[in-house]
Design a binder for this molecule. Structure first.
Ligand code: 2IP
Ligand code: CA
Length: 407
């Protein structure tokens, strides 16, 4: 069974907004539990795709020459992503029908097979029907389709029993919420499948970087209020890979999380630890390097993985100067950061709103409800101005002050 350090709190204080519309406050605890269960089922699908030979072959297959033309237009890894996303949409929609039109993800569920036929990949009423549908985009591979359908049709509610979320009371109504899903973040690390990292340490690359990310936001303001992260490959057991999950809730003064806020080590370690993408600009590396303790300017794969490093205190801050992440990458982990008193800002906005001391009124927290104007496709939902993920406002200020005017 998966574990997480549970620290659910349920203070509903004066600053907490009033309940938004009719319904039961325990609905939100039910939603969180469901999201934890579907994320666990998603993690299981991700593990099954690597464990079962017939799926694994498809996953790592490099299609070349004639074979490439004969096979499906999209890759199996895209299909695995789509299947997981649709499974989450299906399971959440079954329990919360009012949310079904507001569940968004990275992938489109429209698939083309080698015959040029368009197929909408979805979860059907029965395992048999889903297997038949998947076979049409898997070039008639009934074994692979059957294995996937079996994993998809497991009862999510049985996946996790004790989530520690039962006593949460959050005055929100599901019909006022939207969901962002990243079925598997750091897909390239998932495909490569290197077994490198150790639990409790920052993982620069490898299977541990692959994460299932689910975030819930308010339609009205775009504020992230609930986040679930599932790490399908947390550590290896004699019986195979075991996962781990993390959750957080932040709404007004209600803050609850499965993670304990990391201790403030600034007194004993005055320098910072910063995690960046290996493709980060040299000017950013040069600016942040001198702020760091020796060897604490670090690089890691996966946007979600880097934010998780901040959540767990393995890095003080994650800085990204490019618009290469999307709402589905950041929404869930952002809610977790907020549940611990931190946050995630748009780097460009933050830089333009502060003075040379890094002080300013508007931090520019990322929001999740509005697409970028004049953009098409995935770019509509890019975090265009880059981002900074932090737990401590002082750290954010230090970083922003250093980067101001540098690029
Ligand atoms: C990717 C993935 C990449 C990340 C990129 C994300 O998502 O997390 O690793 O780049 O920003 O969009 P980097 O590792 O350089 O931070 P996906 O794997 O889902 O495409
Ligand atoms: Ca991603």
């Amino acid at each position: 069974m998966l574990t997480g350090q549970l620290r659910p709190t349920r203070a509903i204080e004066e600053k907490t907004p009033k309940y938004e519309s009719a319904g039961s406050v325990s609905e939100m605890a039910d939603l969180l539990k469901l999201l934890l269960c579907v994320a666990e089922k998603a993690a299981n699908v991700a593990r099954v795709c690597r464990q079962e030979a017939s799926l694994f072959e498809l996953l790592v297959q490099e299609k070349t020459g004639v074979d490439k033309n004969k096979k499906f237009v999209q890759d199996f890894k895209t299909l695995a992503d789509v299947v997981i996303q649709e499974m989450i949409r299906h399971d959440v929609g079954a329990q919360f029908p009012e949310m079904i039109d507001h569940i968004h993800g990275e992938e489109s569920n429209k698939f083309e097979n080698g015959l040029g036929e368009s197929v909408i990949v979805t979860v059907c009423g029965t395992e048999k029907e889903t297997a038949a549908l998947l076979a049409t985009v898997l070039d008639g591979d009934l074994t692979a389709a059957g294995l996937l359908a079996q994993a998809i049709h497991q009862d999510a509610r049985l996946m996790l029993t004790d989530t520690g979320t039962e006593n949460l009371h959050i005055p929100l109504c599901p019909s006022n919420l939207g969901i962002w899903i990243d079925p598997i973040d750091a897909t390239s690390q998932y495909i490569k499948g290197c077994e490198e990292g150790a639990e409790g340490h920052l993982c620069p690359s490898g299977l541990q970087c692959a994460l299932v990310l689910i975030g819930v936001y308010l339609h009205a303001t775009g504020e992230p209020v609930m986040g679930v992260i599932n790490q399908p490959f947390n550590h290896k057991h004699t019986t195979g890979w075991k996962g781990k999950h993390f959750w957080g809730v932040s709404y007004g003064s209600i803050k609850a999380s499965s993670v304990l806020r990391p201790e403030d080590r600034r007194a004993e370690r005055p320098g910072l630890s910063v995690v960046l993408s290996s493709s980060e600009k040299q000017v950013v590396k040069d600016a942040l390097g001198p702020l760091c303790e020796p060897d604490r300017l670090m690089y890691a794969s996966g946007a979600g993985n880097k934010i998780l490093c901040v959540i767990l205190g393995l890095a003080d801050v994650y800085v990204l100067s490019e618009g290469s992440t999307f709402k589905w990458d950041s929404c869930g982990p952002h809610a977790l950061l907020r549940s611990l008193g931190g946050g995630m800002v748009d780097l460009k906005k933050c830089l333009s709103s502060v003075d040379s001391e890094g002080r300013g009124r508007e931090k520019g927290e990322l929001t999740y409800h509005q697409p970028n104007a004049n953009c098409a496709g995935a770019d509509r939902w890019a975090n265009q101005g880059g981002l900074v993920a932090y737990l401590d406002c002082q750290t954010l200020q230090t970083v922003i002050k250093e980067l101001k005017g540098k690029f």
